[in-house]
Design a protein around this ligand. Sequence first.
Ligand code: NAD
Length: 242
Amino acid sequence: MEPMIEKLQQAVNESNYIVFFGGAGVSTESGIPDFRSQDGLYAQKYKYPPETIVSHSFFMRKTDEFYDFYRDKMIITDAKPNAAHLKLAELEAAGKLKAVITQNIDGLHQAAGSKEVLELHGSTLRNYCMSCGKRYDGVKYIVESKGVPKCEDCGGIIRPDVVLYEEGLDNSVIRRAVDHIARADLLIIGGTSLVVYPAAGFIDYFHGKHLAVINMSETSRDGAADILIQGKIGQVLSQITV
Ligand code: NAD
């Protein structure tokens, strides 16, 4: 085992309030592209940058084009949890990990069995009619509809329960996330570029003993981490024993 992974194992062994903070890089090993890796969505060519397409104003103005991109790139119907999702669920079941705080919208942490999952940016698995509020759970209705999905009751536009750029985060989710981070003795940050705010700022509330960063590329928190591992998070976490 590499020395840094051994150090992570020791930190896991001695910690009782582990919190995980992650992003799109956690799901790349499940086949879902992130935004900022070399083969991420930013490197692919679209008429508009992804950040523009998944913004509130674009959704309101060009809902059909939003859904073309969203169906094509943001909903992956056959993705399965990978070793990172599974290990985090195992750590929670063992009582060591108290929360997964994620910027992801793919539901894979819950699919792996994690219970306390704080979805800062919502979920593609929840959708609702903007006119009457009728809920459409799962992605089936969106995937199977053509163009802009419409409510079967009132004909209103259905939107995903995800936080688009220019939209605010849910305050109760923020409160719970910040509370967990403030209580953590080990915070593991992984698979995130830490450039999306306000989410990335919540880790400032951490004052615990060990900060671990597991990411393929550099992040702004590398200097603050006592455990720094540049690698694939699934491969790294699968080496940890609970
Ligand atoms: P990002 O694309 O900005 O950054 C991903 C980071 O993860 C990069 O630094 C990359 O080097 C690293 N990475 C990629 N694969 C990795 C792996 N296997 N192991 C370790 N590190 C890996 O992602 P972000 O910081 O989450 O910000 C992007 C925003 O886009 C978020 O708000 C998120 O909601 C959204 N998004 C979500 C999904 C998803 O739900 N799966 C996918 C794409 C984008």
